[in-house]
Design a protein around this ligand. Structure first.
Ligand code: AQP
Length: 353
């Protein structure tokens, strides 16, 4: 077997309303991954964003806003590679090759497409249907070994693994003939976990906190100021009982479970530890503590995002530098894939030299 060096890849769509779920389930964990002995790549996935129509001027602003959120949260663009997907052509190129590896039956099982397309499926874009194949290409263009994501992306990560395995099997003898051993693509490991792998809506504990929820009160946006955060937490739906002392007591109480999970993730502890401190407390008291904690953690990020978005030239320079470094990794992968598949190509690309 080939030994793959540890490489971390993940992405966030620039579709506006970046929220606490995106932060706790993904961006905060991206920051933590930087302590690993790994190359980390963090991508603003703008090709994914246009699977649903985006206003062009707003999209440009949203790409810069997600980049600012990455940097404000603590991603270091000198050690990690921060870039937007459309600047690295290998993502779309590999997606086409993977379109010919993935099976229709696999895509038909994807629940996110069903949720996002809704009843009017005939009218959904082909891109929305093909979204998980592009996601597999994003990850495998870098032969990424680890992908930190929220729980909603679990099924897409399984598809990425299926595509990698099928490619390795379909082209096994060619992979070996070109000196890549038994497997060209790694079977990527999803990193899903922690107390905030699935942050729920503040208005309905059975629904995921989401950018597209019509109610702004359902989510805490990373652009919300301290007053708005306080207002949204105080208005969050709860039940009439006090907090339990054990996690067992959170069963059947989705709103309580969600707020305890958010508290645990923000304070980098567990639900158990939160309940050891707040078990028996009424929600009014617990929400007060949660407001203080959320403001303490989110206000500095909010302020830094504002500072960074005021200088789009700096953000664009970070993205351009990241794209060049990303392409230097992805271009040789694509050259090898083309050789393996049997294409005739020009000599090595500049980026690979
Ligand atoms: N509620 C959530 N809890 C934990 N993690 C979440 N993520 C999203 N929502 C939650 C994680 O954030 C990362 C980036 O997500 P995305 O931008 O690719 O898009 P998404 O999952 O489609 O985000 P939304 O908010 O759910 O958007 P809409 O409303 O369009 O459906 C991913 O790692 C994701 O798991």
């Amino acid at each position: 077997m080939v030994a793959f060096k540890e490489l971390v890849f993940s992405g966030v769509q620039p579709t506006g309303n970046l929220h606490l779920g995106n932060y706790l389930g993904a961006i905060k964990r991206f920051v933590e991954m930087q302590a690993r002995p790994a190359q980390c790549l963090y991508c603003v996935v703008d090709l994914h964003a246009i699977t649903l129509w985006q206003d062009p001027e707003a999209l440009r602003g949203q790409i810069r806003e997600v980049t600012a959120a990455f940097l404000a949260a603590g991603i270091d663009p000198r050690t990690s590679i921060v870039f937007n997907q459309s600047q690295v052509p290998q993502h779309a190129e590999l997606a086409w090759i993977f379109n010919c590896v993935a099976r229709l039956g696999w895509l038909n099982r994807m629940t996110q497409f069903k949720d996002k397309a809704g009843k009017d499926r005939e009218n959904a874009s082909v891109g929305l249907y093909d979204y998980p194949v592009l996601m597999a290409a994003d990850i495998l263009a870098y032969r990424a070994t680890h992908v930190p994501v929220g729980e909603d992306q679990k099924q897409h990560l399984e598809l990425t693994r299926d595509i990698a395995q099928k490619f390795n099997t379909d082209f096994g003898s060619s992979i070996a003939a070109h000196g890549h051993g038994e497997a060209f693509f790694p079977v990527t490991e999803p990193l899903i976990g922690g107390p905030a792998a699935r942050v729920m809506s503040l208005r309905d504990g059975s629904k995921k906190m989401s950018k597209s929820d019509a109610s702004d009160n359902s989510r805490i946006n990373l652009t919300d100021d301290a007053d708005l955060i306080a207002q949204k937490v105080r208005k969050a739906k709860t039940d009439p009982d006090a907090l339990p002392s054990e996690t067992e007591g959170l069963k059947g109480r989705p709103e309580a479970d969600n707020l305890v999970g958010i508290f645990a993730a923000l304070s980098e502890t567990t639900r158990e530890a939160v309940l050891a401190e707040y078990g028996g407390a009424q929600f009014s008291a617990f929400k007060g503590a949660l407001v203080d904690l959320a403001v303490e953690k989110l206000a500095p990020i909010n302020a830094e995002m504002k500072r960074l978005t005021a200088d789009p030239g700096h953000i664009d320079a970070v993205l351009a530098d990241g794209a060049a470094r990303a392409e230097a990794i992805a271009a040789p992968t694509l050259d090898a894939v083309k050789d393996i598949v049997g294409f005739v190509r020009r000599g090595p690309r500049l980026a690979a030299v």
